[in-house]
Design a protein around this ligand. Structure first.
Ligand SMILES: Cc1ncc(COP(=O)(O)O)c(C=O)c1O
Length: 390
């Protein structure tokens, strides 16, 4: 039965998100509430965004303070919060292989689009205009704009959108990706844990061989940390688990805890390819987003916070492995197999648990990073009632 809100939504909204029958009106910590006051344990965190949970007092205070002070001025002006955040993120990214610079955007797609442009531009200004190809991994997801879509594998998202960007190619196999890099390649782009593809960590050996081959050819190695960044895997950046040192890093999602913000980090010599006017964003890095992101990064980058994410993440892994097959992930991002993912999600919601679907038979859980043992226990109580078949 369709509610009045659902009926109106059918009339006035694009129907690009499929059926949405749950309207949430309030959140607190790891819980969300619908209009009837029903409580849901939120293991979606706004799709790996609300890392500090809902209505976090510290985030709310920063939002209130900054809203009273200054929201937006544009990048015509120097923005103190950008400098502060860039200082933090570039320090966190630097693993001793050279300093990074930062620029700020609004979304993950936009960060990737900027990174792809930067890769081509870098090759161009360094005397290699022929290096324009970009290679992506199978099962990749990098976004929905023309550039980021062109390095996204899912044929469903590409149907009717062609021609995509010439020279941007998705490999059929992980091994094949290494072999696809050649003298014409500007960059390769990877996720270290492929979230949309079912929360699957990529084989470390493949990542190392890709990075090494890229280096050998003068191509750039881009790591998309949009979902894995900001503590999601139990390290500030996912690539830290894989001992990588990317030329370009893209971020968004958890960076603003729900206030749209993203970042591109690039090694200094790469970032310098963007000279004035080459790239920009009206909203990117505005004082409001920067105030929130600075707060989030201060909390999440604390080693004790990250240690706790790893500990709670391990408890979640054990619970999942006791009840499901095909459990893969890292930190607090996990995927597992069920018989019918859409039905499983619906039944879970009826029992007060929210999860996301990432394949016809695959569920993803990405709880807020502030979840505690009691939330993992509550999760287990619900999944015990359900099993994999529902
Ligand atoms: C790895 C990755 N890259 C890029 C994106 C796109 O980010 P956004 O939806 O903020 O544009 C996503 C979103 O799910 C993602 O998971």
């Amino acid at each position: 039965m369709k509610t009045a809100l659902m009926q109106l939504a059918d009339q006035v909204l694009f129907q690009n998100y499929g059926k949405r029958d749950l309207a949430l009106v309030r959140g607190e910590g790891a819980y969300l509430y619908d209009g009837d006051g029903k409580r849901y344990l939120d293991f979606t965190a706004g799709i790996a965004v609300c890392n500090l949970g809902h209505a976090h007092p510290g985030v709310t205070e920063v939002i209130e303070r900054q809203a009273r002070t200054l929201l937006h001025v544009s990048n015509l002006f120097l923005i103190e919060g950008q400098v502060a955040l860039a200082e933090k993120l570039t320090r966190l990214a630097d693993r001793g292989t050279g300093p990074y610079l930062a620029m700020f955007v609004n979304t993950g797609t936009e960060a990737n689009e900027g990174a792809l442009k930067l890769a081509r531009r870098y090759q161009y200004v360094n005397g290699h205009p022929e290096k324009t190809r970009v290679v992506a991994l199978p099962h990749s997801f990098h976004g929905r704009t023309m550039g980021s879509l062109s390095v996204t594998s899912n044929p469903k998202y590409r149907e009717g959108m062609t021609p995509l960007v010439p020279g941007f190619e998705v490999a059929d196999t992980y091994e094949g990706a290494v072999e696809m890099l050649d003298e014409q390649t500007a960059a390769c782009i990877v996720e270290v844990v492929q979230g949309e593809a079912g929360v699957r960590p990529v084989d470390q050996d493949v990542l190392h061989r890709l990075a090494a081959r890229a280096k050998e050819l003068g191509a750039l190695f881009i790591v998309d940390e949009v979902q894995t960044g900001v503590g999601r895997t139990g390290r500030f950046f996912g690539f830290e688990h894989f001992d990588l040192s990317p030329d370009i890093i893209t971020m968004a999602k958890g960076l603003g805890n729900g206030i749209p913000t993203g970042a591109i980090l690039a090694k200094r010599h790469v970032a310098e390819a963007f000279t004035p006017g080459m790239h920009g964003s009206t909203f990117g890095g505005n004082p409001f987003a920067m105030a929130v992101a600075n707060y989030v990064v201060d909390v999440v980058s604390n080693p004790a916070f990250l240690e706790r994410v790893r500990t709670v993440g391990e408890s979640l892994r054990q619970v999942l492995e006791a009840h499901f097959e095909g459990v893969t992930g890292l930190g607090l991002m996990w995927g597992f197999d069920v018989d019918d993912a859409a039905l499983w999600r619906q039944r879970a919601a009826e029992r007060g648990l929210l999860v996301t679907v990432c394949g016809p038979k695959r569920i993803r859980v990405v709880p807020p990073l502030i979840v505690e043992d009691k939330h993992i226990e509550e999760f287990e109580t619900i999944v015990k009632q359900m099993g994999r078949a529902v």
